[in-house]
Design a protein around this ligand. Structure first.
Ligand code: GLY
Ligand code: MN
Ligand code: MN
Length: 429
């Protein structure tokens, strides 16, 4: 790993908070993700299971965390299994963590090799009544590919059919929504790396550059700052491409007089940033582009003030749509008389702003959290309104992240060039 590891006390705190929520006589088992295959002997880059990472800080394949707070032997109460480095592995891929390194990163004292896991499981499972296992319960998750944790559920149920099975990820999802100060440091770092990429491309963008060339500038800046790379597939959409919400081809030339929308984020140490900025290709907004841009910006800051403790996502979205309606009327895109008569279930604003305004952000870009839970102090959300007008060859989205604070929200993008004047000045440098 090329990043500075997080304070191990963060992982110690997370395990302690999880243990407080378990039923008596419980065993938690969480596996790492698989290394996903591509073709022939190819593999994708490794990405750790976020629930396991949140509890251990270990960023390696074939890791298993076992928590058994009521175990008879104290050494059994917290065990971390990591992959042993064989001579073959050392030569071909490089060494994995030693037990001492894994103990230092995670704060777990009892570290063992992964091949000892089965025997320990079979010793501990009979001592408990409840088995807490990991699942991906994100409401939009694609679960068609079986994960290592999912395979383990089947194995476990075959072997221990009469245990009571429990969902550890529900507890972790709730915990993960409120960010620890240690996490905020990493999220801010990911956002700062993203900012460095943005400042770099502001000097690079001009008529005739390819969307893919802009993408290349970002990745260069991210990797040189010790990010693993993009937090998600970047969207670089010029002209009408900005209106395709998940456009990832990035294969068009940016033309004079257009704007280019960039939805790009760096990851750092497994945490992520998620930025969208929309800028004029030639460095100067037209009057119309400026009007649309400033309308989106007002909604972005307006929404960031509505995003306060106690509200839930659906009510928040309703209030943001009201802000957006005022702006769309001002831009002449919807008619105020028609808006008064509109069917509430088919709001006119949705023609130009058809997506949600905010999502949790953390170890996942669309981070875990129940859609009907109330907003709380310490949560981190994106705020990302947009206006998409294909008939005018433009789409504008602006996306910042905010921490919900006690008195007011904190803008993690406070240092970014954001206003029309700041963007034009940075592009003129
Ligand atoms: N980049 C994905 C999103 O903004 O939600
Ligand atoms: Mn987002
Ligand atoms: Mn985004």
């Amino acid at each position: 790993m090329r990043y500075e590891p997080a304070d191990p006390q963060f992982f110690v705190r997370n395990r302690k908070r999880l243990l407080e929520q378990l039923k008596p006589s419980s065993l938690v088992v969480i596996h790492s993700n698989d290394i996903m295959p591509t073709n022939a002997d190819g593999t994708m880059g490794f990405r750790q299971n976020n629930d396991l990472f949140y509890l251990s800080g270990i960023d390696q394949e074939e890791t298993v965390l076992v928590l058994c707070p009521d175990a008879a032997l104290e050494a059994d109460r917290e065990i971390l299994f990591v992959r042993e480095t064989s001579e073959h592995l050392a030569i071909w891929e490089g060494a994995r963590h030693t037990k001492e390194e894994a103990a230092k990163l995670s704060g777990v004292k009892n570290v063992q090799w992964s091949d000892g896991f089965e025997a320990v499981l079979h010793r501990l499972a009979p001592q408990v009544e409840h088995l807490y296992l990991q699942t991906n319960e994100y409401h939009r998750a694609d679960t068609s590919v079986e994960t290592r944790n999912r395979r383990f559920i089947t194995q476990c149920q075959n072997r221990y059919p009469l245990h009571k099975y429990e969902r550890v990820s529900v507890l972790l999802a709730e915990m993960r929504t409120v960010k620890d100060p240690e996490e905020i440091k990493f999220i801010q770092k990911a956002i700062d790396i993203t900012e460095a990429g943005f400042r770099r491309v502001l000097k690079f963008i001009k008529p005739g550059v390819g969307e893919w060339e802009i993408e290349a500038e970002y990745i260069h800046e991210f990797i040189r700052r010790k990010s693993r790379g993009f937090a998600y597939t970047p969207i670089i959409g010029s002209g009408k491409n900005a209106c395709v919400l998940h456009y990832v081809e990035n294969n068009r030339i940016c033309e004079d007089g257009e704007m280019v929308l960039m939805d790009v984020g760096a990851e750092y140490g497994n945490w992520v940033g998620d930025m969208t900025r929309t800028v004029p290709v030639n460095g100067k907004f037209t009057e119309r582009q400026k009007a649309v841009y400033e309308a989106v910006l007002r909604v972005m800051y307006g929404a960031s003030e509505i995003l306060r403790p106690g509200l839930i996502l659906s009510e928040y979205q309703k209030q943001v749509l009201e802000l957006m309606e005022v702006e769309l009327i001002g831009l002449g895109l919807i008619d105020s008389e028609e808006a008064k008569k509109q069917d509430e279930s088919k709001k006119l604003v949705k023609k130009y702003f058809m997506h949600g305004t905010s999502h949790h952000l953390g170890l996942d870009v669309h981070d875990v959290g129940h859609p009907t839970s109330e907003f709380k102090v310490g949560m981190v959300f994106t705020v990302e309104p947009g206006i998409y007008i294909p008939e005018e060859n433009m789409g504008v989205r602006i996306e910042n992240e905010f921490i919900i604070g006690e008195e007011r929200n904190i803008d993690l993008f406070a240092h970014y060039p954001t206003t029309v004047e700041e963007i034009e000045a940075a592009m003129a440098e």
